[in-house]
Ligand binder design. Structure first.
Ligand SMILES: *[C@@H]1O[C@H](CO)[C@@H](O)[C@H](O)[C@H]1NC(C)=O
Length: 235
C-alpha cells in the first residue's frame, strides 16, 4: 500500500510524552514511485543522509544534493532551536533511519523525529529547495484546555505572528519569544524571507485553529517550517 497520502497526526499527553519519548515520530512517503534496490539512487540517498547528519548540527539546518542526474537526490534537515548539536545529530540520524525503514525505496519522503518532532529530514528526487511545503504536515496537541480559551488563543496568535515576522527575516529563519506563552517559529534555511513568512502564517492561520484552538500547547511541523507554543518554558 502506498503511504503517500497518509498524514500522521498524534495527540499526546504531556506526562506520557516524557515517558515514551522514543515512541513518537511521524513520516510520510510522499512520492509513491520507487527506485530499484542497489541502484545509484539508493547509494545517493545514503550519501545524502550521511551528509545531512554531519552538516545539520553545525547550524541547525542542512541542505545538500548528491549524485548525477537522473539519480540525483536532494534533501534538507532542520533541528529545533532548543537542541544541542549532539542531540541534533542523533535526531537527524534517527530520521534517516526512519525513512530508510519505512519508505525504503520511495523517491521522496519526510520524517519528523523525537518526542515533539525535534527534527525533520526530507528528500526527493525532484529538486524542491525554496518552495513552501505545507502539504506534508504533522501536529501534536497539548490536550489541556486553557482557562480562558478565546483570550489565550488571541494572545498566542499575537506572539506567533510576531515570531513569524521576526524569524522570517533573520538569516537563521528562527525566532523564539514569550508573551504569557512560550513560542518558537522556524523555517528551513532554503526559504526566502517571504516564503518563510508565508509558510508560518499558513500554519498560524490554517493549521493551529484546527489542531490546537484554545489548547495550552501546540506544535505544528510541515516540510518547510515549524511552530511550537506551550505555557511552560520548553525552549
Ligand atoms: C537566530 O538568530 C538570532 C539573532 O539573529 C539569535 O538570537 C537566535 O539565537 C538564533 N537562533 C538559532 C536557533 O540559532
Amino acid at each position: 500500500m502506498s503511504c503517500s497520502r497518509i498524514f500522521v497526526f498524534f495527540v499526546y499527553h504531556l506526562t506520557l510524552a516524557f515517558l515514551l519519548q522514543k515512541a513518537f515520530g511521524a513520516y510520510n512517503c510522499f512520492n509513491s514511485e520507487i527506485f530499484p534496490a542497489n541502484s545509484p539512487d539508493e547509494a545517493n540517498l545514503n550519501g545524502l543522509i550521511s551528509t545531512l547528519s554531519t552538516q545539520t548540527p553545525q547550524t541547525g539546518f542542512g541542505q545538500a544534493s548528491v549524485g548525477q542526474s537522473p539519480n540525483r537526490v536532494h534533501g534538507l534537515a532542520l533541528c529545533a532551536a532548543y537542541m544541542s548539536s549532539s542531540n541534533c545529530q542523533t535526531c537527524v540520524e534517527q530520521a534517516g533511519n526512519e525513512i530508510r525503514n519505512n519508505c525504503p525505496y520511495n523517491k521522496g519522503a519526510i520524517a519528523w523525529t523525537n518526542r515533539n518532532g525535534d527534527c525533520l529530514l526530507k528528500y526527493s528526487n525532484v529538486e524542491f529547495f525554496g518552495q513552501v511545503d505545507n502539504q506534508n504536515k504533522v501536529f501534536y496537541q497539548n490536550p489541556n484546555t486553557a482557562v480562558n480559551p478565546a483570550a489565550f488563543t488571541l494572545q498566542t496568535n499575537g506572539l506567533l505572528l510576531q515570531l513569524s515576522d521576526q524569524g522570517s527575516v533573520r538569516p537563521n529563519r528562527s525566532a523564539s519569544g514569550e508573551l504569557q506563552v512560550y513560542g518558537l517559529a522556524q523555517c528551513t534555511g532554503d526559504l526566502s524571507s517571504s516564503a518563510c513568512k508565508q509558510c508560518l502564517d499558513e500554519l498560524i492561520g490554517g493549521t493551529l485553529p484546527t489542531c490546537c484552538n484554545g489548547k495550552e500547547g501546540g506544535r505544528v511541523f510541515s516540510g518547510s517550517c515549524t511552530l511550537q507554543y506551550e505555557t511552560f518554558r520548553f525552549i
